[in-house]
Design a protein around this ligand. Structure first.
Ligand code: GAL
Length: 667
């Protein structure tokens, strides 16, 4: 039950459609036209004021709310609801000029100055005081405005600070975590290189590693930074909530964002919300997008909000390709298919100047004659056809581990057998076969409830918590199927190697130990032969695996590890564990993951559809998306129903033209 989000859905009567609206960039006469065109495009929600701090508080304590009053009234008059933002991602110049300590000192010791955005130190008491101040003023004034539907706190929380405020806050965080200095010395293993601390005042954020800095200290600093940013969110949220309790309050997350543990964050919000900018220049960008969408849904186990996307191209990359005709619509439905209850864009009207003047917008520079406007307008007027699906839940029997501590351990602490791990990419590699074979997937953290799944995939979880290892054992013992891949279970929460043998946390589970990790040499590949005589290639990584209770599924046919296992399988209680000790080719990884899922008896959403078609379910709504630019696909549908976008009756199969979408309400 999420009463605040239910309230929002009721108010909007279905999916939210709209985007960031920055009227302070335009003169008054434009505002009226904006509202007229918004109505034409089916817009029902806009996010106002994200970067408007300087226009709302031009001098400390002097507020100029008049223009915002007008905008709120205008929007309300047009029947458009407002997601009101606190503008604290971009503090006005008077704050950083008058109080330079609010600017973040970066890892290299340089100060990040005014002239961009994100120029705030999240640990600065002065920044927090002003941020909470403006948030409270906005809430005081607009909490009961009839246009107000929800709150958008700040924007894409992000900066990491290393200055004096951060050092002080880090020490406070560490004291809370460890209580006494001896516990910190133990956790950080300061006996190495004689780093023992004897006074809290000696403890500081990790410096730019000249060789490299203490790996446990780096890990704690990641955790601390995520928490420090979260404190900023919570402080503003509470300042706003004081005035009214029934509206959703949230902030917007980013794709594969490493510096904030979104599992912890999502608990503090009324819904998860994501900004997504898949590169239109990459044919498979939808795969990582789907993973991010599933992550958003999993964070709270609920529908989430697509808070920003581009109507066409972005402007921050070297080459910014447009979204070809049909792609924006397809990507929007893809988010909905994975649980989004909104399609929102950055931004409503394309800016004339400023950093992002060439970022596409719902209303582009060339106005309503533009191809991309027409696609936006068409989508906004089409979405009401599936309004009944808003709020519909999704279920999955396959879970994939995606945990920030695992990520930080692997990528942020250096000193590993190889130091080019890419956790998000590895997770995507394991996710892709499931997506392409039409299995529903939830993401889980170390703290996740595994009991509702039949299969758990653990990609490359170098660092795992004890409690998770225990939970995975219980899951397997009770009949679950577990697929674990390379270099997992190696260290504990403090980044210390589990003794006496790799892969410490998972040794019993996989029924084998590893005596050495063997990162591959440049260009080196390996052949793996399976029991049935088939072979696969692998590269990048090997492990010298010694089965204890496991049996061998595939072994190396050549090289130093010839005859040694690359893949093993261990029966564990009533379940089983497959362990992959190398980087398999995409095809072999696909076959390994899918055979485990099939053997576990999990059914895909649809049978026999091609891999470029995506299929998901939200309750009785079946979403089919054809990602191919050229191929038509026929998909067998599990039961009769009605295709809601076209209004036709479905019985048997649905035919999808290239880039087509079908939303079938199954009877
Ligand atoms: C997001 C950000 C927006 C806009 C957009 C397009 O990350 O929240 O303000 O910058 O990207 O680049």
């Amino acid at each position: 039950m999420n009463a605040r989000m239910d309230g929002l859905r009721r108010r909007l009567g279905g999916f939210a459609f709209g985007g960031d609206y920055n009227p302070e960039q335009w003169d008054r006469p434009v505002w009226k036209e904006d509202v007229e065109l918004m109505r034409r495009a089916g817009v029902n929600l806009v996010t106002v004021g994200v970067f408007a701090w300087a226009s709302l508080e031009p001098e400390p304590g002097r507020y100029t709310f008049g223009w915002l009053d007008e905008v709120m009234d205008l929007l309300h008059g047009g029947g458009i609801s407002v997601d009101l933002a606190t503008p604290t991602m971009a503090p006005p110049v008077w704050l950083s000029h008058g109080h330079p300590e609010v600017l973040p000192v970066m890892a290299d010791g340089e100060t990040f100055g005014f002239g961009n955005r994100l120029h705030y130190d999240p640990t600065s008491p002065r920044y927090r005081e002003h941020a909470v101040g403006i948030a409270g003023k906005l809430a005081e004034r607009y909490s009961h405005h009839p246009a107000l539907a929800m709150w958008h706190i700040s924007n894409e929380y992000g900066p990491t600070a290393y200055g004096p405020c951060a050092a002080e806050a880090f020490r406070t965080w560490l004291r809370r975590r460890y209580g006494d200095l001896e516990a910190l010395n133990e956790a950080w293993y300061t006996r190495f290189w004689g780093q023992r601390y004897t006074d809290w005042a000696q403890v500081a954020p990790p410096e730019v590693p000249r060789t490299w800095s203490n790996p446990a200290r780096r890990l704690d600093f990641k955790r601390f930074t995520s928490d420090a940013l979260l404190e900023c969110f919570v402080a503003e949220r509470d300042a706003v909530r004081r005035y009214r309790d029934d509206l959703p309050i949230l902030t917007n997350f980013m794709r594969f964002y490493r510096h904030a543990d979104y599992w912890r964050w999502a608990r503090e919000e009324d819904a998860a919300a994501l900004d997504i900018y898949p590169d239109p220049g990459r044919a498979d960008a939808h795969v990582a997008a789907a993973l991010n969408f599933d992550l958003m849904r999993s964070l709270r186990g609920e529908p989430w909000l697509l808070m920003e996307q581009a109507a066409s191209g972005v402007s921050q990359w070297r080459v910014n390709n447009v979204k070809r005709p049909g792609r924006m619509r397809l990507g929007s439905y893809q988010a909905i298919a994975h649980g989004a209850d909104s399609v929102l864009y950055f931004q409503w009207r394309a800016s004339r100047g400023g950093h992002e003047r060439f970022h596409s917008a719902m209303l582009p520079h060339s106005g309503t004659g533009a191809r991309s406007w027409q696609e936006v307008e068409a989508l906004g007027n089409e979405l009401p056809r599936i309004a009944a699906a808003a709020g519909a839940p999704s279920t999955a029997e396959v879970a994939l581990l995606f945990d920030w501590d695992a990520w930080w351990g692997l990528e942020d602490t250096y000193g590993l057998p190889r130091n080019d791990f890419d956790y998000a990419r590895i997770a995507t590699d394991h996710y892709r076969p499931l997506l392409e074979a039409h299995y529903a997937v939830d993401l889980v953290s170390f703290a996740g409830d595994l009991s509702r799944y039949r299969v758990l995939v653990i990609p490359n979880a170098y660092l795992v918590h004890d409690g998770f290892a225990t939970a995975v054992e219980a899951f397997a013992a009770a009949g679950g199927t577990v697929v674990i891949s390379l270099f997992s279970g190696v260290v504990d929460r403090d980044n210390q190697v589990r003794q006496p043998a790799y892969p410490g946390a998972f040794r019993r589970l996989i029924g084998a130990y590893i005596d050495e990790y063997w990162p591959a040499r440049e260009e080196e590949t390996f052949e793996v032969e399976f029991a049935d005589g088939t072979t696969a290639t692998a590269d990048w990584w090997q492990e010298s695996l010694h089965p204890e209770t496991a049996r061998v599924l595939g072994e190396y046919t050549g090289g130093d590890l010839a005859g040694r296992p690359a893949l093993i399988r261990n029966d564990f209680g009533s379940g089983c564990v497959v362990y992959i000790g190398t980087r398999l080719s995409p095809e072999a990884l696909r076959d390994t993951v899918l055979s485990a899922v099939r053997a576990a008896g999990v059914a895909p959403v649809v049978e026999g559809a091609p891999p470029y078609v995506e299929a998901t379910r939200r309750d009785r709504y079946l979403f089919l998306l054809n990602h191919s630019d050229t191929r038509t696909a026929s998909v067998a549908v599990p039961g009769p129903g009605v295709e809601l976008l076209g209004g036709s009756t479905v019985d048997g199969t649905v035919t999808l033209a290239p880039l087509a979408v079908a939303v079938v309400e199954l009877s």
